[in-house]
Design a protein around this ligand. Sequence first.
Ligand code: S3P
Length: 757
Amino acid sequence: MAVAGERNGQEAFGVDVGRLVVVGIGLIGGSLALGLKAASGCREVIGVARRAQTCEQAVALGVVDRAVTDLGEILPELEVGDVIFVAVPTLAVEAVFTQLKDSLPAGVTVTDGASVKGSVVAAAKNVWGQVPDFLVPGHPIAGSEQSGVTAARDDLYIAHRIILTPLENTAAVHVQRIHTMWEAVGAEVLTMPVVEHDDVLAATSHLPHVIAFGLVDTLAHDAENENIFRYAAGGFRDFTRIASSDPVMWRDIMLANRDAILKAIDLYTSNLESLRSAIASGDSEHLMGVFTRAKAARDHFTKMLAKKAYTEIMEAKEVTFVARPGGAVNGDLRVPGDKSMSHRSIMLGSLAEGVTEVEGFLEGEDALATLQAFRDMGVVIEGPVNGRVTIHGVGMHGLQAPPGPLYVGNSGTSMRLLAGLLAGQAFDSVLTGDESLSKRPMNRVANPLREMGAAVETAEDGRPPVKINGGQSLRAIDYTLPMASAQVKSCVLLAGLYAEGDTRTTEPAPTRDHTERMLAGFGYDVNRDGPRASVRGGGKLTACHIDVPADISSATFFMVAASIAPGSDVLLRHVGINPTRDGAINILRAMGADITLENRREVGGEPVADIRVRYAPLKGIQIPEDQVPLAIDEFPAIFVAASCAEGETVLTGAEELRVKESDRIQAMADGLKILGINAEPTPDGIVIQGKGGNGEVAVFGGGEVDSLGDHRIAMSFAVAALRASADIRILHCANVATSFPNFAELAQGAGMDLEVR
Ligand code: S3P
């Protein structure tokens, strides 16, 4: 046995594979043999095949070092650390176990590659009376429609998943040895319970095989379709490829995983039956529902496949920006659609009667999470295609229970606004999010919803997931918000649509009013009186056309970029300048920025303008507290402007910044300090000593800063590089895609030197 710790990946376990015995030298067994040999992952590979010819072929092809037709012949040679991989058809596994029963030397690990684990466990119990501790049931999720020793490849398992289903009594050393073996051939090893494995595989692998075999057989036997294969094109070929797989293997799988497969077939049959009825009755809505949902799911899966394996996606998610120093920004730009309005357009469009058309929709991950949530609740949504979305509204009571938890990624707006809407539904629901969202406070919405009679639960400390028991009758409340939050206000108003009576919110300071405006646009009466807004439950929404303007929050990065970089002059087209969102313009102007609003107009109830920004020297200011909620998402960029200003900038009254996608006060202060700026966080703000007065172009040094996965922190530091003396490396930038998926392209086009790694 090789010494533990010799090879990469093996140190962690201190176990190693001595000899590998492959019983069944086909595609699965032969590929492990080849892969392990290529990786020098064992001392010797011995093949066992029923036919002498296969043995000879396997040796001649170099798949195994030697081969025998009788397993019993080599068992006496085996010793501690050797592994037997049983790679025979599922129902033949028991016969192999029987041969092992009385002659297996101690310390040898046995594993298998069968697609059904319940039957392997049952076979082991039949043979040994209980599952022995050296048996590690396993299943490589890899293969092809080809079979036999000639199909074996040494790279078959690279970046593929291997599922191990050890039992409670399986000995750790054996599990670890099998782990080591699969990792040596480049696979990713997961463990799961036997039953879960068999259910998952029934749905994702066994059912597609039943359908493919069945479809091809149907067509092949249909006399009227005699010529079918002559005319069958790509669709048939792609869909039925797996019907070329090994019949014996698949017959065994069907018999071995009977119950789970029957469950999957029944579910599929009932869906196929509904599709049949929809086609028969010309129900185009139903067809569009199934097809758009399926397309969205398949597109997502295609992206995963394109990256080969999930692990690689996780790595690809590790995006680093390298922002090179200097430059200016120039040109005529249109940044993507407003995030807040994009969310609301999907929510209200879904609940409206009729078809809502949306233009300018933000195709960023946050708004797409909302879109997916409504698809999951049965709403037919076409697109987005170039910012156009068509929503087939289902009416106030037309949502259906989602099939599982609604995952909204990084998006606080989705979670909080949806919580309000879901509180009014007849069904139960659960809202979950990513790591950042899972740390954010949800009691701010759960509490008022509970006051309205909703049944809402959160995890510890009011964190997600948020569980909502539907079917409660909601009562209107008069709610005074403890903090200036448009999300909380919107949540309560949206729940109010389902409540008995007038639901009223009173906010401590003006916050974005897109919910109020858009409700009105959908024909719902909203009473507004200064800080108060109210809606009467029980009304209806009527579909409309929505033109989403460019997001002022995204535009701000270019407003700051142009303001700090000498020689800059940009025109930002069609930007929403709603007075509840224009704090960044006001604050930057107060600092001396040269910002003019051109072509002011109103589009679909929202004020819009083209914003021209030219470089101008900035000075530090005390930021007026009444501007804080109006610029709440823009502070990371404003802090960069403040660093380039002459003198001190002081922000107070902004404690809300600490509970955004990250603690934005701390994250910015930490990064700015690394770049040589004196930035002192305070409980509710920050004090920044601007370096703009020192007569030098560079105010930031270079260095590595962490965006903590917060999109706005990442983009702000990219902008800072315009006035840096060396590269700024910004870590964890993947979430820029939540709000501004084409930021890097636009920034490069405007003149910033930004590399995405
Ligand atoms: C938003 C409201 C704000 C803002 C967020 C979007 C909205 O959050 O920060 O990006 O669309 O209602 P708060 O309500 O938590 O301030």
